[in-house]
Design a protein around this ligand. Structure first.
Ligand code: ATP
Ligand code: MG
Length: 393
């Protein structure tokens, strides 16, 4: 039905001299997506737009869906290519397009034209006016509304002519690979997959780390994290998921430290290990799904106490979000159903009845002194026994 798609992008348009880098990264990500589906696609960069020409049999819905998950794309329009752009042929082809696209032609419309072929014998306003007239004559039910039309019929006159009228929303954001890499602390909850998605949306590649505490956390809980990584990989691209065995460290903290401080101390060790992994993997920051006040470990005091051990920037894109806002995004990106499966994560096993909500950094540091004897060795063992899972959608 369609031989091509026209993709529009928003923010890249303002990148000045570096614009080509963003456009190249965008084309690469579109190709990577389309490689996964049947059909032959050619991705062509042309004056502020990207054309995807399709050949052979392909699943039209699937192509739109896949391209809709490429960060940097703001809209996707299926376009009909008009090889012979002479006026008579152009008008007839646009008329056929309107006839096939819509069951009835009972709507208001206007024509918009962009002409990059400056040798074309008609100017853009002329094309709009003449085509408007032609369509009105051919379809009795059509009427023009230049201010608030129900349908905009777009014509692009280039080496060939193109017509389209539907725009499917893109994922927006910036193309992956234009902004380095970060390490996501990925749990099985609702928040961290959303946090990873949001940072990736700004062009950042993602690696991930999951702290696993067998037998207190089950294989199913780990599988759930792998499943979540797979779901966000549709947007973020392949993810190297590092599974850290955290059991001994957790038990040791449990033995040696005041119970109301368990969560904070445990989180400090998660951050330390994640940071080491980040440095080993050329990541420029950490990402968590924390949001102020959501739980005891996310009060301003607790966040400060956790952050105390970090040297790399910690990105917390959900910091000012209400839970419902986060849920809305997780539903939109398709992680919600998996996130709410009831498998315990390691934080829920060792939680104290009354965790501190206003931990003092000095006191926490003092409590950690109780760990001095064995903790370095345990952290080293945890790092040495990491399981790396290459996750792709
Ligand atoms: P989430 O819904 O992302 O699990 P949460 O509301 O349950 O978050 P916490 O359990 O306090 O909050 O975790 C805060 C953040 O710490 C998470 O968003 C995640 O980035 C990280 N985190 C928590 N547990 C783990 C884990 N087992 N492995 C890796 N990261 C974790
Ligand atoms: Mg959690």
């Amino acid at each position: 039905m369609y031989q091509a798609f026209l993709l529009k992008y928003a923010e890249i348009g303002i990148k000045g001299k570096n614009r080509y880098k963003f456009e190249n990264a965008l084309c690469e990500q579109i190709r990577r997506k389309l490689d996964k589906i049947d059909g032959e696609f050619q991705v062509i960069r042309e004056q502020g737009r990207i054309f995807v020409e399709a050949q052979g049999d392909f699943d039209y819905e699937e192509a739109i869906q896949e391209m809709g998950m490429v960060f940097g794309v703001s809209g996707i329009s299926p376009v009909e290519v008009i090889e012979d752009k002479s006026w008579e042929n152009l008008a007839a082809a646009v008329g056929d397009f309107v006839e096939h696209q819509y069951d009835s032609q009972d709507f208001t419309f206007k024509v918009k034209c962009r002409r990059s072929d400056k040798h074309y014998p008609m100017t853009s306003p002329e094309v709009c006016m003449e085509l408007g007239g032609y369509l009105l004559e051919r379809f009795a039910d059509l009427s023009v509304d230049v201010h608030d039309p129900e349908v905009v019929i777009w014509i692009e006159v280039r080496d060939k002519a193109y017509v389209y009228s539907k725009v499917y929303p893109g994922a927006c954001g910036m193309p992956l690979g234009t902004n380095g890499k970060a390490m996501l602390l990925l749990s099985g909850g609702i928040d961290s997959p959303v946090a990873g998605y949001m940072i990736a949306k700004r062009g950042v590649f993602i690696d991930a780390v999951y702290f696993h505490a067998p037998p207190y956390t089950s294989e199913r809980a780990k599988q759930k994290v792998v499943d979540l990584a797979k779901l966000i990989a549709r947007y973020t691209g392949p993810i190297r998921l590092h599974v850290v065995n955290f059991t001994d460290i957790q038990l040791y903290i449990y033995e040696q430290c005041p119970h109301e401080e368990l969560t904070i101390i445990m989180r400090r060790y998660m951050m330390r290990i994640a940071e080491t992994l980040a440095e080993q993997n050329n990541c420029l920051g950490l990402i968590t799904g924390e949001s102020i006040g959501q739980v005891a470990s996310q009060t301003m005091h607790s966040l400060a106490a956790t952050n105390d051990v970090c040297h790399l920037p910690v990105y917390r894109p959900l910091i000012g979000f209400d839970k419902q806002d986060i849920v809305n995004i997780s539903e939109k990106i398709g992680t919600f159903e998996t996130s709410i499966q009831p498998f315990e994560d390691c934080c829920t096993i060792f939680v104290a009845k009354h965790p501190v909500t206003r931990p003092e950094v000095q006191r926490i540091r003092q409590s950690e002194k109780n760990l001095e004897e064995k903790i370095d060795e345990m952290v080293q063992t945890a790092l040495d026994t990491i399981e790396v899972i290459e996750v792709d959608s």
